[in-house]
Design a protein around this ligand. Structure first.
Ligand SMILES: Nc1ncnc2c1ncn2[C@@H]1O[C@H](COP(=O)(O)OP(=O)(O)OP(=O)(O)O)[C@@H](O)[C@H]1O
Ligand SMILES: [Mg+2]
Length: 391
């Protein structure tokens, strides 16, 4: 007689995702106020610009916004401009954005239009990439112009409005004249399309939006992404531990104090805390320290590259912030890291413009945005450790 095998208990998977934009609404902590506000604005035809430091959940929120807009009947496109280098690449990014999001009847309309235009655009594989590869002398500017005006055609044919989101929009500054080209088309899209621009460097965003020489859209409504609310974040982590037969114990408070609502760092630490907490047990301060070391190991290569990319005075201010109590503006602190007192203010402002420093409350002064970078700099110390001790 065949023996009935006992069912193997389902292995519980780690409930904390720390890479890439989150897609599942249940995974997302809060941001409902921002989501509603943004949807109201785009439905009202306003342009908006959202600023949030790296890994603060911009794309997660934009993805949700697009989903909301689609439900409300809009055509949508999420254009990722990270590291875009040429007009040809820009065309491909926009084409791929429509290819990823358009569905049903609108998709068929756009496919038909692309065929009529006969400029190499397509919603299926290949598309404009194939065209410029085959003929590098293709007039990408003319195609860009046409593609940017797609919302007008869609509106004429279907009556639908389009929401176009440009993510990491500050990178457009690397393509000479591209911001002007975008502006010259979209400024005529009132009642046809809404635009949202997201970026991670406030200084560059200001260049795009406030510099009169580069007015992308002066009237775009600004929105700043704050850290996650600490109470909701703590509840979320606690609930996910309990649901997977674990308890957060004393580690929870330590984690929340360490990550200060930084979305990706919170999830990264929660991920490793969960991993170091066996099923049926409770985490404690020791488990938190293990999780912290594991998170540091995971992020080390990136942290090192981030630090290397700073200018010398920026390195000095960051080291002072991570290692000394009081402000780098104090003479002894400035001297300890080798920066001239007169250079501290300008350097600090520059670090705020790149969102490496943030001011969580108005008068508390700036802090290092990434708590893991602060820890890494603290381990490095004032004088810098030899690389073999770099952990
Ligand atoms: N509202 C949120 N709730 C929970 N986790 C979040 C939230 N927002 C972001 N995260 C965490 O941060 C990670 C990165 O999110 P996302 O890619 O949306 O950020 P981003 O600001 O677009 O990052 P990048 O600067 O790399 O483009 C997610 O994988 C998730 O772990
Ligand atoms: Mg992003």
């Amino acid at each position: 007689m065949a023996r009935r095998s006992s069912p193997t208990p389902a292995r519980l998977t780690n409930p904390f995702r720390y890479r890439g934009p989150l897609q599942t609404p249940a995974d997302i902590i809060d941001r409902s106020r921002e989501r509603e506000e943004m949807l109201d604005l785009v439905q009202g035809g306003h342009a908006l610009r959202m600023i949030g430091p790296r890994r603060y959940g911009k794309t997660t929120l934009l993805t949700q916004l697009l989903r909301d807009a689609e439900k409300a009947g809009m055509a949508t496109a999420l254009v990722d401009l990270e590291d875009v280098l040429s007009i040809g690449e820009l065309v491909v990014r926009i084409e791929r954005a429509y290819a990823n999001s358009l569905k049903g009847g609108i998709r068929s309309h756009v496919e038909a239009l692309f065929r009529i235009w006969n400029v190499g655009l397509s919603l299926t594989a290949g598309g404009f990439t194939a065209r410029i590869t085959a003929n590098p002398r293709t007039d990408s500017e003319a195609v860009l112009q046409r593609l940017l005006d797609l919302p007008r055609e869609l509106h004429q044919r279907t009556g639908k409005q389009t929401l176009v989101v440009f993510d990491e929009v500050q990178d457009i500054l690397a393509v000479p004249g591209a911001d002007g080209k975008i502006r010259s088309v979209i400024q005529h899209h009132e009642n046809i399309a809404s635009y949202a621009f997201a970026g991670s460097a406030p200084g560059l965003m200001d260049q795009l939006f406030s510099n009169p020489k580069r007015p992308l859209l002066e009237q775009a409504v600004g929105l700043e992404l704050s850290p996650l609310p600490l109470d909701l974040t703590a509840d979320y982590i606690d609930r996910r531990f309990r649901r997977s037969k674990r308890k957060t114990g004393a580690a929870l408070q330590a984690l929340i104090e360490f990550t200060r609502g930084h979305p990706q760092r919170t999830m990264l630490l929660a991920h490793f805390l969960w991993k170091h907490t066996p099923e049926g047990s409770q985490a404690d301060e020791q488990t938190f320290l293990q999780a912290q070391s594991a998170a540091l190991a995971e992020a080390r290569a990136h942290l090192r590259a981030t630090f290397k990319a700073f200018k010398p005075n920026e390195k000095r201010v960051m080291i002072a912030m991570a290692n000394l109590s009081g402000s780098p503006r104090e003479a002894t602190n400035a001297a300890a890291v080798g920066i001239r007192l007169g250079s501290v203010s300008g350097t600090t402002e520059g670090l705020k413009e790149s969102a490496d420093l943030i001011e969580p409350t108005e008068d508390a002064g700036p802090v290092i945005t990434d708590p893991l970078l602060a820890l890494w700099l603290n381990r490095r110390g004032l004088a810098g450790l030899p690389p073999e001790n770099d952990d």
